[in-house]
Design a protein around this ligand. Structure first.
Ligand SMILES: [Zn+2]
Length: 236
């Protein structure tokens, strides 16, 4: 517990909370700049078990994010695992070098209590949303493009799912433009903060709330969101 002595000094965490974090299991879905920053935050917090799903290798165009240049062509999950082990070997990291799909999700997500959406494509985000609803797992959703981002915490059948707030699913066909690195790290930190609050049951999570971030204006806005009773994913 020495490693976490500074966390333990915080009254909302304490020894009991730190123990909870060490015993918790979080699956990070997507390991680009967003996923890697979420993973770094979770490992620093002492989340004991982190799963990482990504089938991709590092490309030279990922270098504007935080993957290291010498790691080009290596699996993103592998380098993320090495990165975590280099600064917190207590964390158990499990890699899934696959593309999450309708056939393989069950045996992966069953071991985790929270799923963190770090995918860059909206079709992957919608798939993850429907997996979360089917399995009843809490999902921290984030979306990002250019200087903008959004985050909400989805508790299936209790709060709106991604499809409740984007009912036409139109965004699923186009790839949004990549976000600038400071926007990515900003949103990643918010996702990691949602994870810790949800696990420790402290503060106010972004359940039933969509937080939007505008980096150009440096504005954060919170708006209430509601479930859609006719939602094709989580409706009756
Ligand atoms: Zn829904």
């Amino acid at each position: 517990m020495n490693r976490y002595s500074r966390n333990i000094l915080i009254k909302e965490i304490g020894e009991e909370g730190q123990e909870k974090l060490l015993n918790s299991r979080v699956l990070v879905c997507g390991c680009g700049g967003l996923g890697l920053t979420v993973i770094a935050n979770l490992a620093a917090l002492g989340i004991g078990h982190i799963g990482i799903v990504d089938d991709d290798v590092i490309d030279i165009n990922n270098m504007n994010k935080i993957h290291k240049t010498e790691k080009v062509k290596r699996h993103k999950t592998e380098t993320a695992k090495e990165f975590v082990e280099s600064f917190n070997p207590d964390v158990d990291v499990k890699e899934y070098k696959i593309r999450l799909d309708e056939k393989n999700y069950e045996k992966i997500v069953k071991d985790y209590e929270i799923l963190v959406d770090c995918f860059d494509l909206y079709n992957s985000k919608f798939l993850l949303n429907s997996i979360a609803v089917k399995t009843g797992k809490t999902l921290i959703h984030a979306g990002l493009t250019e200087f903008y981002g959004q985050v909400t915490t989805i508790v299936p059948h209790k709060t709106p799912c991604l499809r409740c707030i984007l009912p036409d699913g139109n965004v699923n066909v186009k790839r949004l433009k990549d976000a600038v690195s400071p926007a990515v790290t900003q949103i990643a930190s918010i996702e990691a903060m949602e994870v810790i609050k949800y696990i420790l049951k402290i503060g106010t999570t972004l359940e039933n709330t969509l937080l939007t971030y505008n980096g150009l204006k440096m504005e954060f806005k919170k708006q209430s969101i509601k479930r859609n009773p006719d939602c094709p994913i989580c409706g009756k």
